[in-house]
Every structure is written in structure tokens, then in C-alpha cells.
Design a protein around this ligand. Structure first.
Ligand code: SF4
Ligand SMILES: [Zn+2]
Length: 360
């Protein structure tokens, strides 16, 4: 059993490496002084509404995807990186460029720092650079919440002590890609390369420093039927809430370039999740979280063939409802969603066979 498990795990890893192919040489050449992306959007901040600035710093990218492990089966963030690690000054310029978007905005603000990898990995973002960025945030009183993203292996007592000391009494959350609470799904379907115990440990280190955990929950990794994916996401939400996360961020898979998911999708062997399934998981999360946990979902490429979608006719009403729910947490917004494609979705849930071709 263990041997078979390891063999399958290795095959998925190799397939992920093949799908990634030459993606590093194919990175668009980018300036190391500009962030990969930065945007503001209305956001839930604690129990109120405000504006969040999301910053994607351009770095050399995620160590899990750069090395021999192949990266996660659905992730192409490596393509967003730059070919040499920016200097401390260049990183800070990226950060300042992004922060200029907050100039005319009122409190409360949230700043979310992504790196296409791990902000807490000192090989990716040197400690001094990380702390300089945090110090710049700490002098802006409008910023009430800070979200930092990292894999669990970089979440240490020392690093979080620094974060807490610099950011004072602001709300701080660590975004961690739990994806699934099943070690089997996380390893075999996602090639994530960490187990639930590592996630739990990070969460506990966070708690020690009064830093919350934002669990990213993935809906529909490859090799799963719609039904098994829906049930797995619901169970993951339940498990994450009992572990003590502060936010659930539901991420329906979108088909990104140079990934194993893309190669399956191109062969007709993968369909992103239905919006009906997204809503089911959010309803479950709302019930399970019982207003102790924030639940958010901002699906990428929603309504398109590469993203979560329904029949095309009802997609925009679903996307609007999901966005509204993420802001006000009121699940009743889903009650008015109706469409004939409900029958087809139900049919898929009851009869889909993972070995059969699926249609877009
Ligand atoms: S999902 Fe996260 S951990 Fe996985 S390859 Fe992408 S950036 Fe790395
Ligand atoms: Zn429809």
C-alpha cells in the first residue's frame, strides 16, 4: 500500500514537472522594481467593510515549484516571477509602487502581501526586506489588517515574533494553502508536499502570537469527480473551523498555464467546478463557521471555461452573489439563484464517472 502510494505520488510529481516544462525560461521579462500585480477591492475587514490592497511582489517564486518537487498541480505562479531575486531596494520599490494606490483611501484598510511563493521564506524575501516592508505598514494607522502568505515550513516562532512586534496590535492573518484536510488529496491530487500536522503546527505558532490563520480551501483538484470534490471541500471547511482558523478562503480551481491541470483540461479530462458547487460549499461554511470565522471567495476566471462556471446564462448572477456574500456573510443572498442548469449539475453529481471524458 505504502509502495503504491509513493509510486502514484511520484508519478503525479513527474507529471507536474513535465507540465511546468520550460515555464521558467518562458517568463515574460519584467522589471524587478515593479510588483507583479497590485489592486484594491472592497473587502471584509474583521466584522466590518473596508478596502483591501493586494500586492503580488515579484520574486524568484515558490521554492516548492522552483526545485525538483514540481510545484502544485494547479499553480503557475512561478511564471509571475523574475529570473533573478530582486535586491532589498528593488523589493522595497515594488512595495512602495503598490502602496501608492492607498493614497486617497479612508480607513479601514487591509494590506495583503503575496509573493507567488512565501513571504516568510527568507531565501525568497530576505528577513531585513520583510521587516522593512512591515515597518512601513506599521506607521499607517488606516491599516487595520495585514494578511501575509506562506507555506507552513517557514512559519516559525522567531519570524512571527518579529511580525507581531513590528505590526503592534493590528489584526494579522497568515494565509496558508491547506487546500484539503485530507493528506491523500493534498499529496496525490495537488502535490502540495506538506501534511495536516504541519498546517496545525503553523496555526498553533500563529495563535501564540495572536496571529490568525486564513485557510485556503481548494475546490476540485484534478482526479476528483464534482461530487467527491464538493464533499472534500466541505469536510475541509469543517476540519479547518475545528482547528481554529480565523478565515476560510474558498478557491475554486482555475486552469492556469503550464500546469498538470491545464494538460488534463486540454485533453478534456478536467472541468473546473460548477458555480452551484461553490455556492454549496459556501452555504456549508456559513453554517459550520457559525459567524466565528470569516468566509470569503473571489473566484478567478469565474464564468469562463478556464474558471468555475455554470451554463453561461446564470454565471454572472452567481458571481455577484458570491461577491456579495464575501462582503456581508449573509447566506440568504444565494436563495434567489435559479437556473435550468441545476438539473445538469445534479445529474453530474449523481452520475459522473471520473474515468470518463468531461465536457466544458
Ligand atoms: S500553490 Fe503555493 S505552494 Fe503550491 S506551487 Fe503555488 S505558490 Fe507554491
Ligand atoms: Zn445556468
Amino acid at each position: 500500500m505504502d509502495l503504491a502510494y509513493e509510486q502514484i505520488r511520484n508519478e503525479v510529481k513527474q507529471a507536474s514537472i513535465r507540465a511546468r516544462g520550460e515555464s521558467i525560461p518562458r517568463r515574460r521579462s519584467k522589471s524587478p522594481t515593479k510588483p507583479s500585480a497590485a489592486w484594491t477591492a472592497p473587502s471584509r475587514i474583521g466584522s466590518t467593510k473596508g478596502t483591501a490592497l493586494s500586492i503580488v511582489l515579484s520574486s524568484i517564486g515558490c521554492a516548492h515549484a522552483r526545485g525538483d518537487e514540481g510545484g502544485c498541480t494547479m499553480c503557475s505562479y512561478l511564471l509571475d516571477g523574475v529570473n533573478r531575486n530582486p535586491t532589498a531596494e528593488e523589493f522595497f520599490l515594488q512595495f512602495q509602487t503598490a502602496m501608492s494606490q492607498l493614497e486617497k483611501l479612508d480607513s479601514p484598510l487591509s494590506v495583503k502581501i503575496y509573493t507567488s511563493g512565501s513571504f516568510l521564506d527568507s531565501d525568497e524575501i530576505p528577513q531585513e526586506t520583510r521587516n522593512r516592508i512591515l515597518r512601513a505598514i506599521s506607521v499607517d494607522d488606516r491599516i487595520k489588517e495585514v494578511v501575509l502568505e506562506s507555506r507552513p515550513e517557514y512559519v516559525t516562532d522567531t519570524v512571527l515574533a518579529d511580525v507581531r512586534r513590528i505590526l503592534g496590535d493590528r489584526v494579522v492573518e497568515l494565509g496558508i494553502g491547506l487546500e484539503s484536510s485530507s493528506d491523500f488529496v493534498r499529496s496525490i491530487c495537488i502535490n502540495k508536499n506538506f501534511n495536516l500536522d504541519s498546517f496545525r503546527e503553523s496555526l498553533l505558532v500563529g495563535k501564540k502570537h495572536n496571529i490568525g490563520t486564513r485557510a485556503y480551501v481548494l475546490l476540485k483538484p484534478p482526479f476528483m469527480t464534482e461530487r467527491s470534490a464538493l464533499l472534500d471541500a466541505q469536510k475541509t471547511v469543517t476540519d479547518a473551523v475545528s482547528l481554529g482558523v480565523t478565515t476560510i478562503s474558498l478557491n475554486p480551481v482555475n486552469v492556469q498555464r503550464n500546469t498538470l491541470v491545464e494538460s488534463l483540461w486540454e485533453k478534456g479530462k478536467y472541468r473546473p467546478p460548477w458555480l452551484w458547487s461553490v455556492v454549496e460549499v459556501l452555504r456549508h461554511a456559513s453554517f459550520t463557521g457559525a459567524s466565528t470565522v470569516n468566509i470569503v471567495c473571489d473566484p478567478v476566471a469565474a464564468g469562463k471555461s478556464r474558471g468555475t462556471h455554470n451554463c453561461g446564462k446564470c454565471d454572472s448572477s452567481f458571481i455577484d452573489a458570491i461577491r456579495t456574500f464575501s462582503l456581508n456573510q449573509d447566506v440568504r443572498v444565494f436563495d434567489s439563484l435559479k437556473c435550468d442548469c441545476w438539473d445538469l449539475w445534479k445529474h453530474v453529481l449523481e452520475h459522473e464517472d471520473a474515468s470518463l471524458q468531461v465536457h466544458n
